[in-house]
Design a protein around this ligand. Structure first.
Ligand code: DGL
Length: 252
């Protein structure tokens, strides 16, 4: 069975892409809303949280786990694979790196993701001559969660964060955070038209379809949150366009 987890609601962008391609696919989603955000916490703390999140899904019967959170994907994959050797994990960084073509690549993400240097390392492993321009955008997550997506303030903030990347005339921009696909339109108008925007949910689902097609089977769809609330249900319902009622998850 397919398990998906994230630090909170952001991983629903992965669920949205999964459901767009396979509307009846069964899965369990866990959002650690009680402890979100992860993106400004230490790598050590993120690793501990990630293991607890994965354990919850494994105890519920997950055999394949999609790590929707970039911050977890950046710092905790070794830990997860060591702790759960029989589980097949997919993270969001490798698929995005493989989709990003060009000589100059921009990467945006949380402080944890950008601070880890993982995108830069991976992109340079693929092509030692690539130039990588990275930018942490810590204000993007709260703006998305407050649904300030089309506000003029948000447009200004996005433009300010992206200005160094725009000036460098990148060929592609990796949206290295679960929430950023919701800002795609605003990001797009802040950059040159020819820039290819890579979003992790779609890159991840391409990989899952290729490497774990047998897990994409019809079944029940269950949403767990460590701090379920009416506000969380409202965001999930709005993003997914279908009524979501989260269930409380007690992590061991
Ligand atoms: N899910 C996180 C990520 O993709 C963003 C939200 C957070 O900081 O927890 O990095």
């Amino acid at each position: 069975m397919l398990g998906i987890f994230d630090s909170g609601v952001g991983g629903l962008t992965v669920v949205k892409e999964l459901l767009r391609r396979h509307p009846s696919s069964g899965f369990i989603y866990l959002g650690d809303t009680a402890r979100t955000p992860y993106g400004n916490k230490s790598a050590e703390t993120i690793r501990r949280y990630a293991v607890e999140d994965a354990r919850f899904l494994v105890d519920k019967g997950a055999t394949t786990i999609l790590v929707a959170c970039n911050s977890v994907s950046a710092v905790a994959m070794d830990e997860l694979r060591k702790e759960f050797p029989t589980i097949k994990f997919f993270e969001v960084i490798t698929p995005a790196v493989l989709s990003a073509t060009g000589k100059k690549i921009g990467v945006i993400g949380t402080r944890a993701t950008i601070g880890s240097g993982v995108y830069e390392r991976r992109l340079k492993e693929r092509d030692p001559n690539v130039e990588v321009i990275s930018q942490a955008c810590p204000l993007f997550v709260p703006l998305v969660e407050e649904n300030w997506i089309n506000k003029p303030e948000t447009k200004r903030i996005v433009r300010t964060y992206l200005e160094p990347i725009r000036r460098q005339q990148v060929d592609a921009l990796i949206l290295g955070c679960t929430h950023y696909p919701l800002l795609t339109k605003v990001i797009r108008v802040s950059l040159q038209k020819r820039v290819k925007i890579i979003d992790s949910p779609s890159a991840l689902m391409d990989t899952v379809e290729r490497e774990a097609a047998s897990e994409l089977v019809d079944g029940t769809q269950k949403y767990y949150f460590t701090d379920p609330s009416a506000a969380t249900d409202a965001i999930a319902t709005k993003w997914l366009g279908t009524m979501i009622k989260g269930v409380r998850a007690e992590l061991a």
